[in-house]
Design a protein. Structure first.
Length: 156
């Protein structure tokens, strides 16, 4: 009976560790004329770190954006970290990588071309710690209902 109890306790502990979400993402919007800045803020649990945007090919999964819909708007530049990431040698990938501990913030600017704009996308990222690596995603949708902005005049 004791063996069964300890086996169940071990199973519950393993399942809880596997269900852990080491990174929590939120976002804020700021309008500047016809441009909108999306800031993604990541709270990273102790013992974990999150990779930045500039990871070379063949390395761990970098933080990046993928858009399912981009209507009435266009991207200005690329997703970029707000703060300077830390750098370390990652022996598994035999390369230097950039990462964040505790908190990370990334910004993406887009220009609004139509008052009925819509951006639907996903922020993809990877976090790692002593228990291994966890891929993550944060889905978002931004429309004119989320923020008031004056569309840019597009020359004809």
């Amino acid at each position: 009976m004791k063996k069964l109890f300890f086996a169940l306790l071990l199973l519950v502990t393993v399942l809880q560790a596997g269900a852990q979400k080491p990174v929590t993402i939120s976002h804020e919007l700021t309008a500047k004329g016809s441009e909108v800045v999306i800031e993604f803020m990541a709270e990273i649990q102790d013992g974990y770190y999150m990779y930045s945007t500039d990871i070379p090919k063949g390395g761990p999964k970098p933080t990046y954006l993928k858009f399912a819909e981009l209507e009435g708007a266009e991207l200005v530049g690329a997703l970029a970290p707000v703060d300077e990431p830390e750098t370390k040698y990652e022996p598994v990938f035999d390369m230097q990588v950039t990462y964040f501990k505790e908190f990370a913030s990334f910004v993406q600017t887009f220009k609004v071309l139509d008052k009925d704009f819509k951006l639907k996308g996903t922020l993809h990222y990877q976090s790692c710690g002593d228990m291994g690596c966890v891929p993550g995603r944060y889905d978002f949708t931004i429309t004119n209902e989320n923020i008031s902005v004056v569309p840019a005049v597009v020359p004809v």
